[in-house]
Design a protein around this ligand. Sequence first.
Ligand SMILES: Cc1ncc(COP(=O)(O)O)c(C=O)c1O
Length: 355
Amino acid sequence: MSRFWSRVVGTLTPYVPGEQPKIANLIKLNTNENPYPPSHKVLAAIQAELGADAARLRLYPDPNADLLKAAVARLHGVTSQQVFVGNGSDEVLAHVFMALLKHEAPILFPDITYSFYPVYCGLYGVDYVTVPLADDFSIDPADYMQANGGIIFPNPNAPTGRLLGLAAIERILKANPDSVVVVDEAYVDFGGETAISLVDRHDNLLVVHTLSKSRSLAGLRVGFAVGHPALIEALERVKNSFNSYPLDRLAIAGAVAALDDAEHFERTRQAVIATRDTLTAELQSLGFDVLPSAANFIFARHPQRDAAQLAQALRERSIIVRHFRLPRIDQFLRITVGTDAECKALTQALRGILG
Ligand SMILES: Cc1ncc(COP(=O)(O)O)c(C=O)c1O
């Protein structure tokens, strides 16, 4: 606390990202990054944008990132007017809370979900009500048929990895024609079907994507949203009241190249999916209960072992996974799917720890 702080700063409970330790030879399975490098076309595009003398860095980037919006539009069969881009999907989501979810009635999201949502609510003064997931950690669309100022959930959900089908999402959309329904598809490429196909039928749907996971670009900070042009205009109004240039030149160039490289995308996501299935079977053979995952991470608990102690024992063996000290999930570990070798090292370490 300081007398220089504004009133709101003292009330904030900021988000705590998974750690990025500066330790060599660590097996890092804690922040759902992709274990494979991005397409080599990303590097080529960034180098081309830089040029021999980086002279273009003198100039501001395109404030509208038109080339990137066009790449998203091409990929998903929509128009550029239906696309918003931002500095990581976290920034896109922040603008969504300000532009589309701040109303009189409280918004709804699951009790177990991406822990940034309540943080944005605190920052922007958005009231919320959490909706308990079912006992099997699935989202029940019937729970979202109550009065609300908006709805947001990740699909697949984080940190559970559980997927909701498009028919269930459409039920939620139809039951809430006067609320914006935000589907945060950060992990959808690892096993789900995108709801972008529904945006032309539902003017209350906004789908949010990131290039941090399936495009291996967490370090470049690029995310986007697709929805009705009126929703996009609201986001542009907030963005242009905040930062005109959220995406730098290198990020725009690299992101376009990543979205255009279908072959690299397909190969790496299939590799992650295959490793996830092997890791699931291995963990089950070690006695873990594993939730069905459509994401690039696994959410698992061991009936006889305390999750915090397991996480600590792994850490002592230079493997880090994520443990949340939160109600209902404090006996779970969230394990990012790494390379085959990393996942093998993990299961070997667990075998040693479990005895
Ligand atoms: C559900 C969900 N949404 C959004 C994000 C943010 O992704 P980024 O800001 O890297 O695009 C994450 C990151 O882990 C996430 O888990």
